[in-house]
Design a protein around this ligand. Structure first.
Ligand code: MRU
Length: 379
């Protein structure tokens, strides 16, 4: 367990604890999560022994980020199956824990289908539970592989769009190993550029109100020895105006069939800024994030979160070099109403490219996206 902030160059991994793992102690199988609410102050494990604990962990963002939500959802169904809970009830609760990241429902459905198929075969509950766990493990592994492919495609695209090298990349929210079976989505591309010696600077938006950029992306960047600088979200405009941003790299929680991209709130303003300043706005996401069942951006359900996340500083209380900071401190008058959408939607015409494990879509059109997702060929 880490008890202090990581320093740049300290080591080469995101955390000392795996973000998610299945364990089978004598008391019965459990799902162990790295509690992301506590980062960067502490690396603390959260042990889920039943699906409702996992639902709570998802709602409160102990586990978060689209690909990881899919993996967690699948393991949650496996947990229900092996521990004898009602699998359909657990699946419904898990899939509904957060509405925007489609990966969550996709992961849950995949594990649930494995359970049903195995149970329909011979009615053996133990074997059905085993099949559900196998499905969750397969999804976990596939996500790791997808992550590596996205990094490769994303770096090739960056190099093509920015032939001079020395990329200065702005990113928003957290899209690294903390959200994935591998090294993530957008962050994995920046990390690949760093390893290739072609990342000059990673600009990290703090990402109000839950500070995924400040708490999590800065943490991952530091631990990977990347050159990074943290900024408040509203400082991005002046950074573009100063010509300091060569590309924007973000992830996605759901991509509609028309190519509209739902991602952490604040992504859309970045896309508008990027267009004005002629800077590529690149979305990196696995094909599981593309939802053919959602026709356009207006049809994406955007999660609305509690107002206190805005009216208070909600970062966990931490101690840095003996100085206390953060932790539920009110910053607005008592009773202030807050508008707190967790995500916003960027229309396809503002997206330069969508990078997936199967390749790159650019320009972003419904037909190109459908063709890429339908192709079974892995690039
Ligand atoms: O509310 P969060 O922290 O779950 O939001 C996460 C994001 O918006 C990420 O950018 C998105 O899930 C893509 S991560 C690959």
């Amino acid at each position: 367990m880490a008890d202090q902030y990581a320093r740049p160059g300290e080591d080469n991994q995101s955390t000392d604890i795996p973000v998610i793992r299945w364990e089978e102690p004598p008391e019965g199988p459990v799902l162990v999560l790295l509690d992301q609410r506590r980062l960067p102050a502490e690396e603390v494990e959260l042990v889920c022994t039943d699906p409702s604990a996992l639902v709570e962990a998802i709602r409160t963002l102990a586990v978060r980020g689209a690909p990881l939500l899919g993996i967690a959802g699948a393991y949650g169904v496996a947990l229900a199956a092996v521990r004898g809970f009602d699998v359909d009830e657990a699946a419904a609760a898990l899939a509904g824990a957060r509405p925007t990241a489609v990966n969550l429902a996709v992961g849950v459905r995949r594990a649930q289908a494995a359970y049903r198929a195995a149970f329909a075969g011979d009615g053996d509950l133990r074997q059905a539970a085993e099949a559900t766990l196998t499905a969750a493990r397969a999804l976990h592994q596939e996500d790791a592989e997808a992550s590596a492919r996205m990094a490769r495609h994303g770096l090739a695209l960056l190099d093509e769009l920015l032939p001079g090298g020395g990329h200065r990349v702005l990113t928003h929210c957290n899209t690294g190993a903390l959200v994935s079976g591998g090294e993530g989505t957008a962050f994995a591309v920046a990390l690949a550029a760093h390893r290739a010696g072609r990342l000059r600077r990673l600009w990290v938006d703090e990402t109000r109100p839950l500070l995924q950029g400040a708490r999590l992306t800065a943490y991952e960047a530091a631990r990977n020895g990347m050159a990074y600088t943290l900024l408040t979200d509203n400082a991005a405009g002046s950074l573009f105006a100063a010509g300091e941003v060569d590309a924007v790299l973000v992830g996605a929680d759901r991509i509609a069939a028309d190519g509209s991209v739902a991602n952490k709130v604040g992504s859309y303003p970045l896309a508008v800024l990027a267009r004005y300043h002629h800077v590529p706005f690149i979305v990196v996401a696995p094909v599981t994030t593309v939802d053919p069942g959602t026709s356009d951006g207006a049809s994406i359900e955007v999660e609305q979160r509690p107002g206190h996340e805005v009216t208070e500083v909600t970062a966990p209380r931490v101690s840095v070099a003996g100085v206390e900071a953060g932790g539920g401190i009110p910053v607005a008058p008592l009773g202030t109403q807050a508008y707190n959408p967790a995500f916003d939607v960027t229309p396809p015409e503002l997206v330069t490219a969508i990078v997936t494990e199967k390749g790159v879509v650019s320009p972003v059109t419904a037909d190109a996206l459908a063709a890429l997702c339908d192709s079974s060929r892995q690039v």
